[in-house]
Design a protein around this ligand. Structure first.
Ligand code: NAI
Ligand code: MG
Length: 526
């Protein structure tokens, strides 16, 4: 079986996105100017089938029988109805996961068998890559082409990477100073894990969560975001096809305040893993306190992307800065949303990023020439345009963008703002849209405090050819990831997570194994 090459799964914008093509009028924004391409017959047939939760290996409706509508954000059309799960469904799923953990075949499976099973999930994702990319596109709004080269292969790669760990979860032998005694540690799964994921990379976030949980032998109740529940359900079908025993992974769709809250608070859940807003992260911590379940959090960001005048290839830095904020429509927790530029080159960089912004072709995710799709929901449209409005009220200068695009679907114009100050909400808060604020700096000693002047600490970018300076700045930045002369480079082997209010714990790489295992010391007497 051919495997995905690591190189191919690096997240860059597709070529035509990084170097936005010039359209006839030099302006790519015209989302309504074309009719949306139709769905493939295969996906249309899948969408037409009733959607169910996966509990104990069976596909079942919500206990209440209720469903909610799932929208295509490109035109607000309803594409499916998903189970509106609540406490009772969570109870059933947690019970199924507990049974599977305590007494199912999962427990008896050897690490080698478990590893092969996790590997097969990656293979099945690749086998269905086109279909999954199309599904992700109509559910989330992102361009199908981007999902096909980024989300889907990265999800497969995560399972392939984690498969290898199944056979390498090791303890230690420990030479204790008690004569005649022998001691060692075991690394054991945490148990029943609740996982709550967001809508910005629905399939990929499911993979980030499920891959390590399964490789380490846990059982899972997964709740995808209410905006984008569909790829997780399709993934559930693939999990069964790969041979995941019943109850090992349970997938329930529903809202945060109901299904999510019930899962976070459940007394028989041993750990909760959450990705989403910092606000809800704090709610999760409180909900978890009832039984002191373990908690890992991957939360928001307001990441600085710093360009020095010695960046060398300024075009590369400019296009990198555009990629940092506009990739996935700015709906990235690590988006480079604060562009900090050395004063001598500030005007050129801002003009360059604005030019990139103007040329980005907006459109429905399924259109072949779309470079940026709609935001995920009407709520996000209101939130992002609300921030745009606040910035104008506060007196910031909009170099380009600053408003909704068209009146159908949830499109906004890629936006570049300057003349900002640290009091403005657009500078302080996570906007989660294609909106970057640019500010100049002169002295390095003012740069670092300003770059770190945020409650978040997820990521940062630095553009300089001075390797010594790059090292120093990387050391000073309070962020879980620092990209130097690049941005948005991800790999299943690379740990990802936040300093400060950007989260607890690291996902991916071997660091994530800490989140899904616990250590047991065993002492044998003479
Ligand atoms: P959210 O944090 O409310 O939703 C994320 C997930 O948490 C969803 O699955 C949701 O159903 C669940 N959830 C919500 N309330 C919950 C609760 N009380 N208990 C348990 N689970 C709960 O994010 P939302 O409302 O979709 O977006 C709002 C803002 O959050 C965005 O504008 C963005 O700033 C930020 N965000 C950050 C993400 C990240 O990757 N760091 C991802 C999504 C949103
Ligand atoms: Mg919310």
């Amino acid at each position: 079986m051919k495997t995905t090459s690591r190189q191919r799964t690096k997240v860059h914008l597709p070529k035509n996105h990084r170097r936005a093509r010039t359209t006839e009028n030099g302006n790519g924004h015209e989302p309504g100017s074309q009719s949306a391409p139709s769905l493939s017959a295969g996906l249309a047939a899948w969408l037409a089938k009733p959607k169910r939760n996966l509990i104990g290996g069976k596909w079942v409706a919500a206990a209440s029988g209720k469903t909610f509508e799932v929208f295509n954000p490109a035109d607000s059309s309803v594409i499916a109805q998903a189970p509106d799960s609540d406490r009772e469904d969570i109870n059933r799923a947690v019970a199924a996961a507990r049974r599977a953990f305590e007494s199912g075949p999962w427990r008896r499976m050897t690490p080698s068998e478990r590893g092969k099973l996790v590997w097969r999930i990656g293979d099945l994702i690749l086998k269905h890559a086109d279909e999954l990319a199309e599904l992700e596109s109509v559910d989330n709004g992102k361009p199908r082409a981007v999902a096909r080269v980024a989300d889907v292969p990265l999800a497969a790669d995560l399972f392939h990477y984690m498969a290898g760990w199944a056979t390498k979860i090791e303890g230690n032998t420990i030479p204790i100073s008690v004569p005649g005694f022998h001691a060692f540690t075991l690394r054991e799964p945490v148990g029943v894990v609740g996982q709550i994921i967001p809508w910005n990379f629905p399939l990929l976030m499911a993979a980030w969560k499920l891959g390590p949980a399964l490789a380490t032998g846990n059982c899972v109740v997964l709740k995808p975001a209410e905006q984008t529940p569909l790829s997780a359900l399709r993934l559930g079908e693939l999990l069964l096809e790969a041979g995941v025993p019943e109850g090992v992974v349970n997938i329930l769709t529903g809202f945060g305040e109901t299904a999510g809250a019930a899962l976070a608070a459940h007394d028989d859940v041993d750990k909760i893993a959450f990705t989403g807003s910092t606000e809800v992260g704090k709610i999760i911590v409180r909900a978890a306190s009832g039984n002191l379940k373990k908690v890992s959090l991957e939360l928001g960001g307001k990441s600085p992307n710093i360009i020095f005048k010695d960046a060398g290839d300024l075009e590369a830095a400019i296009s990198g800065a555009a990629n940092a904020i506009f990739f996935n429509h700015g709906q990235c927790c690590c988006a480079g949303s604060r562009l900090m530029v050395e004063r001598d080159i500030f005007d050129d960089v801002v003009a360059g990023v604005a030019e990139h912004a103007r040329k980005i072709k907006l459109g429905p995710g399924l259109a072949a020439d779309t470079q940026m799709g709609p935001l995920v929901s009407e709520e996000q449209l209101k939130r992002v345009t609300g921030y745009m409005h606040q910035g104008k009220q506060a007196g910031a200068c909009y170099v380009t963008g600053g408003e909704r695009s068209g009146d159908r679907g949830y499109f906004v114009k890629p936006t570049v703002i300057k003349d900002v100050n640290p009091k403005m909400s657009i500078v302080r808060e996570e906007i989660f849209g294609p909106v970057v604020v640019a500010e100049p700096f002169t002295k390095p000693e003012e740069l670092i405090p300003r770059a770190n002047q945020t409650p978040y600490g997820l990521a940062a970018g630095v553009w300089t050819r001075d390797i010594g300076k790059a090292h120093c700045i990387a050391a000073e930045l309070r962020a879980g990831t620092v990209w130097i002369n690049c941005y948005n480079i991800f790999d299943a082997a690379l740990p990802f997570g936040g300093y400060k209010q950007s989260g607890w714990g690291r996902e991916m790489g071997h660091a994530v194994l800490e989140l899904y295992t616990q250590s047991k010391a065993v002492v044998i007497g003479p």
